[in-house]
Design a protein around this ligand. Structure first.
Ligand SMILES: NC(=O)c1ccc[n+]([C@@H]2O[C@H](COP(=O)([O-])OP(=O)(O)OC[C@H]3O[C@@H](n4cnc5c(N)ncnc54)[C@H](O)[C@@H]3O)[C@@H](O)[C@H]2O)c1
Length: 258
């Protein structure tokens, strides 16, 4: 891996949580970091802390301004911003649209805008914060599960298509991470944020290690590989197991409202 000293890095959704940890970690390695968040005060606070550049705004349309801020080149783009709405097919259309916009289409747009320059230079690195939900599922949230599967599929497609042309792609797939993301996910969040939950700094460590090792799939929780393997090799058993968790959640919610 090339040195991170002076590397031009963009992290979306970096005002808190995993994105903020990534921004801090890249800055600590000597990178020049653009800190994006749709909450300007969050982007400003993290940028001030790490000596980076705040870029408030929607991650879905951030690349031109990021290129401007970095003098026309991005070395590493971290498509990290994400939202986790709860619900199934009854979830309002606009909520489905937002999940697909932020969790998937922001990645597609960024790649569309960055690839021409990267292919010309023969170099570029795309880090997608996906989720273990992209390899398995997320109880209680169909828009999250579906958009994260799609984000993983897109990252894989990029890797398959451009690996031989100097483009490196990483898909980061953590399980529970202690951030503000799941405050709206009620019961399902408790199931994810079990004792296996880790801090955002551990995700950032795993990302740096994954970049160093040149790995596509970065699993801050190694057991996620076993869960994904079980899903493929014994899909019926895997579905039964997850459904038991779903039933447990329903029982608990019933007791809580009784
Ligand atoms: N927390 C977890 O358990 C967990 C697990 C697996 C994957 N992830 C993924 O990690 C990523 C970061 O999640 P987190 O847990 O740090 O969440 P978080 O909510 O703590 O932080 C996300 C930040 O992104 C910002 N953001 C959201 N939508 C945005 C947009 N359209 N444009 C710009 N900024 C936007 C928010 O304002 C927030 O500051 C997400 O993609 C999430 O799906 C999280």
């Amino acid at each position: 891996m090339e040195s991170l000293i002076g590397a031009k890095v963009v992290v979306t959704g970096a005002g808190r949580g995993i994105g903020a940890a990534l921004a801090r970690r890249f800055a600590a390695e000597g990178a020049q970091v653009v800190v994006n968040d749709r909450h300007p005060e969050r982007a400003g606070a993290v940028a001030a802390e790490i000596g980076g550049t705040a870029l408030p705004g929607d991650a879905c349309a951030i690349v031109p301004a990021a290129l401007d801020a970095l003098g026309g080149t991005v070395d590493i783009f971290c498509a990290n911003a994400g939202i986790a709405p709860t619900g199934g097919p009854e979830t309002p259309e606009e909520v489905w649209d937002s999940a697909l916009e932020v969790n998937l289409k922001a990645h597609v747009r960024a790649a569309r805008e960055l690839l021409p320059g990267w292919l010309e230079r023969g170099r570029g690195r795309f880090v997608a914060t996906v989720s273990a939900a992209g390899m398995t599922t997320m109880i209680g949230s169909a828009p999250y599960s579906v958009s994260k599967h799609a984000a993983l599929a897109f990252a894989e497609w990029l890797a398959v298509t451009y690996r031989h042309r100097g483009i490196e792609v990483h898909a980061v797939c953590p399980r529970g991470v202690r951030t503000g993301l799941h405050h709206v996910s009620e019961g399902s969040a408790d199931l994810m944020l079990t004792s296996a939950a880790i801090g955002p700094e551990e995700v950032a460590d795993a990302v740096l290690k994954g970049i160093e090792e040149g790995r596509f799939l970065i699993l801050p929780h190694p057991e996620a590989a076993d869960h994904a393997a079980a899903r493929v090799t014994d899909h019926e058993g895997w579905l039964d197991g997850i459904n038991v968790l779903q039933q447990r959640l329903e029982d608990r919610n019933r007791r809580a409202t009784a």
